[in-house]
Design a protein around this ligand. Structure first.
Ligand SMILES: CC(C)(COP(=O)(O)OP(=O)(O)OC[C@H]1O[C@@H](n2cnc3c(N)ncnc32)[C@H](O)[C@@H]1OP(=O)(O)O)[C@@H](O)C(=O)NCCC(=O)NCCS
Length: 219
């Protein structure tokens, strides 16, 4: 079953706090999702499992096939431009990503998937959504920090063109582990957008259409 990518709502806060605690048990204090939701410089996205097998055919058919820059923006709208809530739908948040706009950069401050849902494309869906958000905001690059031992996250970031550009020594307070600083090439460059579209299409082919409920598509 495909997963929905949508904006985080107030009602998601208990779920994403749970996901955060599971993924980052040593993090303190916990994220202030409630105050971050309304900050225009922060984008919080949730990947959720739909409550029913509501088909996403409309979403699949709405993936734009036009010239690359228009496609990116059009596809961004189809992924994220829907209202954040639909009271008739219930779903189950399985992951989230937080992206902060800092000057010309988009900084991914957290990305996490429930343990039981890892390895199913949810992390990739979230990362793709964060990058599309950054493209929509015309950020120059996307950047983040990652524990040097976090092989699965590093593999995900490399897949999306992040490269190691620096090191923060003893960055994590729990065990004084170093952080790799990883950054993309300029995301508005034709080369990056072309690669991103290839990844997006490969994702859709492998994992199926993005599971936006029909009712989202009609709004
Ligand atoms: C990192 C994380 C978000 C990945 O989410 P996920 O849903 O399991 O990842 P996906 O299934 O979407 O996998 C996408 C890509 O990630 C990489 N990846 C994911 N799991 C991997 C693993 N166990 N080993 C190696 N690479 C892995 C691969 O490149 C994979 O692409 P592929 O399937 O084409 O090989 C998830 O493991 C997680 O929540 N970890 C705990 C929190 C965390 O460490 N966050 C990062 C902080 S910087």
């Amino acid at each position: 079953m495909p997963y929905i990518l949508r904006k985080l709502n107030n009602s998601d806060i208990p779920s994403v706090s749970e996901i955060e605690r599971e993924a980052f048990p040593s993090l303190w204090p916990n994220s202030a999702f409630k105050s971050e939701i309304n900050n225009p410089k922060i984008k919080l996205l949730v990947a959720a499992q739909p409550s029913s097998e509501d088909s996403a055919e409309e979403e699949a058919s709405s993936v734009s096939e036009g010239p690359i820059p228009q496609r990116i923006i059009q596809n961004f709208r189809t992924f994220l431009g829907r209202p954040s809530t639909d009271p008739s739908m219930e779903d189950y948040p399985v992951g989230y990503v937080s992206t902060w706009l800092v000057f010309e950069e988009a900084h991914i401050t957290a990305i996490a998937v429930r343990k039981a849902y890892r390895g199913r494309g949810v992390g990739e869906l979230l990362l793709g959504g964060a990058i599309e958000f950054a493209m929509h905001q015309k950020s120059r690059v996307v950047t983040l920090e990652v524990r040097v031992s976090n092989d699965s996250a590093i593999a995900l970031y490399k897949k999306y063109g992040f490269k190691k550009v620096g090191l923060r020594k003893a960055y994590y307070s729990d065990n004084r582990e170093d952080a790799d600083i990883m950054t993309t090439d300029p995301i508005m460059s034709l080369a990056y957008q072309r690669r991103f579209m290839e990844l997006r299409h490969a994702y859709l082919k492998r994992h199926g259409p993005l599971g936006l409920p029909r009712s989202f598509a009609r709004v």
